[in-house]
Design a protein around this ligand. Sequence first.
Ligand code: NDP
Length: 312
Amino acid sequence: MGNEPLKTVIIGSGPAGYTAAIYAARANLNPVLYTGKEPGGQLMITTDVENFPGYPEGIMGPQMMEDLKNQAARFGTEIKYELIDRVDFSGEVKKIFTEGGEEVSAHSVIISTGASAKWLGLESEQRLNNNGVSACAVCDGFFYRGKEVAIVGAGDSACEEALYLSNLCPTVHMLVRRDEMRASKIMQDRVAKQENIKVYWNTETEEILGDTEVTGVRVRNNVTDEVSDIPIAGFFVAIGHTPNTKIFEGVLDMEETGYLRHRPNTTHTNVEGVFVSGDAADHVYRQAITAAGTGCMAALDAERYLGEQGII
Ligand code: NDP
């Protein structure tokens, strides 16, 4: 029995992975979940989560992940604190390999490896993360209502988040490194029309100011070399995300940007028996609740697949 393939392996431990685990465990699929290097995922670096239904008082991100993990474990999910660094999906039985060199085989695999926000790479940005620095306006904007904020980036995300913040904050200082934006015309127009978004062209972030919390940002105009400080309480980084899908390159269909492709309205990837949920396949919604929703879908899809294959 020991070498029999598992029914389901889940890779990743954010809301998508744990929700998939809860559903898979309750369907008697005896899932084994590999957490990866950052157990709990992006919510572990979030403070209050106030938009996840069911928590009227809000909940701290790490606590929510602990709760989800315990809920998955309660129904028998085996949780392994290891990183998967290679997969082989060429056969009917899928193989995955841990960083430690262990080979695991399974009839179905649910991918929930998530995405990571890109950061500027400044020391001050790391130091003040969660103390005024955030990569998610929808998550954290509310804490800065009535205060001045800055946002860096010029894509659709940055525009969308700047517009979101402009409904909460007196001024949104938007830092754009070139003399034009990458965002779609319609988003640029919306930003241009919003009076309290002040766009700084050709502007780069030198340093985020503050000892224990953000008090300002030092910017440099890369044409004139002029340096100036803008007093702010919140600094939002919106320069894109990177899906954690490198190990699937050449194995699964993905967008140029690395987001995994799936059949519309399902979690099926192009490989039978391999399913994807959460931010690894979603660059649009990227919320804990939507990740959890697709995690549920992936477990239901896996269960149906295993039934069709006569495995369960
Ligand atoms: P993008 O890659 O489209 O844009 C990233 C932006 O960040 C660019 O303007 C880039 O500048 C800037 N940037 C990158 N690195 C730095 C840096 N070090 N310093 C300053 N600026 C930097 O990412 P998005 O997250 O905005 O969008 C990802 C995808 O999702 C896109 O396809 C987008 O269209 C889509 N999307 C769609 C939405 C919608 O339709 N409502 C909403 C959100 C996203 P530069 O231009 O100079 O390279």
